[in-house]
Write a protein that binds this ligand. Structure first.
Ligand SMILES: CC(C)(COP(=O)(O)OP(=O)(O)OC[C@H]1O[C@@H](n2cnc3c(N)ncnc32)[C@H](O)[C@@H]1OP(=O)(O)O)[C@@H](O)C(=O)NCCC(=O)NCCS
Length: 236
């Protein structure tokens, strides 16, 4: 029997490019995760930026220390049942810092976004997360309320903020959607957010997210000395 001739080596296949799957442009990795006490310095700066944006710095009395003691007290607050913060992180490479995945209350969501133009972040170093090449780009702070007409809890969004250089890229949508998704998951009936009447950009944003603007609603706020006046004298 004639010896079998060796099988021909297959010619290398030409590389196939799949238009829909090729990362065109500038990929940026995004992650939404629960905030931890080590985020407080970033949160303080983000809240300050939020106050500057709203011309409200005269109302700002939060410090890193007061944020730390109220958001992360020694008796831990359970996320979603009290003040809760999602941080939006961005990175130019895959996230390799994994401690957030061990959080029993929320598994971080990661997504890659392909942008037409690279983002120049002038505050990279200020918002670097730990020693990694991960940067905090925004946050949302929310907590449960109770719309009695629905006889179901809801979430009130106190702050939603994306740093300026990261806006208009779908990141605000990701943060707000994460809150809405959590509300649905918990069987909650509503998610709402107060917006200053001149903030057309935010109003458009929320309407774009299918939220309804309530023309008839006004907020009546008791704070500062007016609130303290109710303290009276302690006769005990
Ligand atoms: C309001 C705010 C959170 C929105 O965040 P954002 O990241 O800019 O929002 P998004 O990018 O998700 O969506 C905004 C727009 O960008 C568009 N967009 C989304 N992805 C995009 C992309 N890759 N390229 C270009 N545009 C994009 C969206 O379609 C949307 O446009 P539309 O409103 O015309 O539909 C942000 O502007 C902000 O932090 N503002 C200051 C604070 C504030 O006003 N907070 C709200 C009240 S608490």
């Amino acid at each position: 029997m004639a010896a079998a001739s060796p099988l021909p080596t297959p010619a290398p296949e030409p590389a196939i490019t799949l238009p829909g799957k090729t990362p065109l442009g500038h990929p940026i990795f995004t992650r939404i995760r629960l905030a931890t006490p080590s985020d407080v310095p970033h949160l303080h700066k983000l809240i300050h930026q939020m106050a500057v944006f709203g011309n409200l710095t005269h109302q700002l009395s939060a410090t890193e220390s007061s944020l730390s003691s109220t958001l992360f007290p020694s008796t831990k607050l359970q996320p979603f049942h009290s003040f809760t913060i999602f941080i939006l992180d961005v990175s130019l490479t895959l996230f390799t810092d994994t401690p957030y995945h061990t959080n029993p209350f929320y598994n971080p969501t990661e997504e890659v976004v392909n942008l037409d133009l690279a983002i120049e972040d002038p505050e990279r170093e200020t918002f670097r997360v730990g020693k990694s090449d991960v940067f905090a780009a925004g946050f949302v702070l929310f907590f449960p309320n109770y719309p009695s007409f629905l006889a179901k809890p809801g979430f009130y969004v106190e702050d939603l903020f994306v740093r300026e250089c990261y806006r208009k890229k779908g990141f605000g949508k990701k943060l707000f959607s994460a809150v809405a998704m959590q509300a649905v998951k918990m069987g909650y009936g509503r998610v709402e957010c107060g917006v200053l009447d001149w903030n057309a950009n935010a109003i458009n944003f929320f309407e774009g997210m299918s939220a309804k603007k309530l023309q008839e609603l006004r907020i009546c706020r008791l704070t500062g000395e007016a609130l303290q006046a109710y303290g009276g004298t302690d006769s005990e």
